[in-house]
Design a binder for this molecule. Structure first.
Ligand SMILES: [Zn+2]
Length: 421
């Protein structure tokens, strides 16, 4: 396998990367724009855009902001509301895999930033059936979340006639350099279908083994093009106008709002995705079993590009985290109602043969890893040089006595045994 000589991304990255003649990937090259573009000018462009969309009469929200109990939510809301003076409507899709910490972070977000907020919660039983269906079809436990969090903001924009949605960073631009920042790409149905949804639309799940109906899939269906163009809905990415540095942004927001971070089992990043039981656990382990690398490399590649980590240090982090078994697998399988071997069989079908080989006894072996490419020729020539250390903070748990491993009422539709209906 070929690995980027700078960030270490492998050639089988599912969003596709290309290498230049120095062995540096497209993601790293586009990332260099962060140090070359005039970000003050780009911030001015954002201000002009916001002026166009600001509600003139003041009788509607100025924009829809998708948020969760983690990721860049605090930074996005703070920037859009407090820096640019917009009146946002916050929207979130309930993943059903919430940690208590994530529920608190989201509650504090709307309180501390004084925003209106609406949330979509699909019936817990339907979510379970969709999840079983997508495990079989795509080896994904997370499809419903990806579908929900990318469509509910669009549905809300159409329903409330709010023509602007403001997203954080465009993953295709930030990870693999699919676009330049100056392309100023907007949200598209096509990107969502091909990358977020892994090529499977809500309607494609109707009538499968789980017997899902069109009505049940309606909350995950994209609005009709006609409805979108009637409102003139546009979705922009802040990362095209603001120099995106997730870690620095989190730390500025932690100082202002003091939300909760947490240690995670399979990565050193204590800021992103602490609101979800499975994203950095089982879901990430499945990513590793499919592609031969996990989230820890996404985080390390990001830190290398921002000059806080060397490639050598990234390899150490990957060795430390890549093979960690997800602590939540048993609990998840119990909830979804699948046996270990059936679940494994679904995942194995999606292992990338470029990353994994199977012997005659059915045992899978990783063909290659970044750790085997420490000293690839040309690595030193393209290294950026570290300018600061990469320390992630852990903030105090606001409810230290809580058992984070229990299924709670706001997570997975758990109902206590003594509940009487
Ligand atoms: Zn790279």
């Amino acid at each position: 396998m070929r690995y980027c000589l700078r960030c270490g991304y492998p050639e089988n990255h599912p969003l596709n990367i290309i290498f230049d003649d120095q062995g540096v990937c497209s993601g790293c090259r586009v990332h260099e724009e962060k140090d070359n573009l005039d970000w003050d000018e780009r911030g001015g462009k954002l201000a002009t855009l916001f002026d166009i969309f600001r509600s003139e009469t003041g009788d509607n929200y100025d924009c829809v902001l998708p948020v969760s109990g983690a990721r860049d939510s605090y930074f996005i809301v703070h920037t859009v509301k407090n820096v640019y003076g917009m009146n946002p409507l916050l929207v979130s899709y309930n993943r059903h895999f919430n940690t208590e910490r994530g529920i608190r972070n989201l509650a504090y977000l709307r309180t501390l930033l004084n925003c209106d907020h609406i949330q979509m919660v699909i019936s817990p039983e339907t979510v379970k059936r969709i999840t079983r269906e997508t495990i079989r079809r795509l080896a994904s436990i997370y499809w419903h979340v990806l579908a929900g969090q990318t469509v509910f903001p669009v549905q809300t924009a159409v329903r409330y006639k709010i023509p602007l949605i403001v997203w954080g960073v465009h993953q295709g631009t930030d990870q693999v350099g699919m676009f330049s920042h100056t392309d100023e790409v907007d949200m598209t149905r096509k990107y969502r279908f091909e990358h977020d949804l892994l090529g499977l639309e809500a309607v494609d799940l109707v009538g499968g083994p789980e017997g899902l109906t069109e009505d049940e899939m309606l909350p995950l269906a994209y609005p009709h093009n006609r409805e979108i163009s009637e409102v003139g809905v546009r979705g922009i990415y802040l990362g095209n106008y603001i120099r995106w540095d997730s870690k620095a942004q989190h730390e500025a927001m932690l100082d202002l709002y003091g939300y909760e971070t947490a240690e995670q089992a399979r990565t050193f990043d204590t800021y992103n995705d602490v609101d979800c039981q499975h994203y950095s656990g089982l879901h990430d382990h499945i990513k590793f079993l499919k592609w031969g690398y996990g989230k820890v490399l996404d985080h390390a590649a990001r830190e290398i590009r921002l000059r806080r980590m060397t490639r050598e240090e990234a390899i150490e982090k990957i060795s430390q985290y890549q093979d960690v078994a997800p602590p939540d697998r048993g609990r998840f399988l119990e909830w979804v109602g699948m046996k270990d071997k059936d679940f494994d069989a679904c995942i194995d079908e999606f292992r990338d043969p470029r990353a994994w080989s199977k012997d005659s006894k059915g045992k899978w072996t990783l063909r290659d890893s970044l750790a085997n490419h420490r000293d690839d020729p040309g690595t030193d020539e393209v290294a950026l040089g570290k300018v600061e250390d990469c320390e992630f903070r852990i903030t105090p748990n606001k409810d230290p006595g809580a058992d984070e491993t229990k299924n709670k009422i706001l997570s997975k539709g758990f109902v206590p045994e003594n509940h009487s209906s």
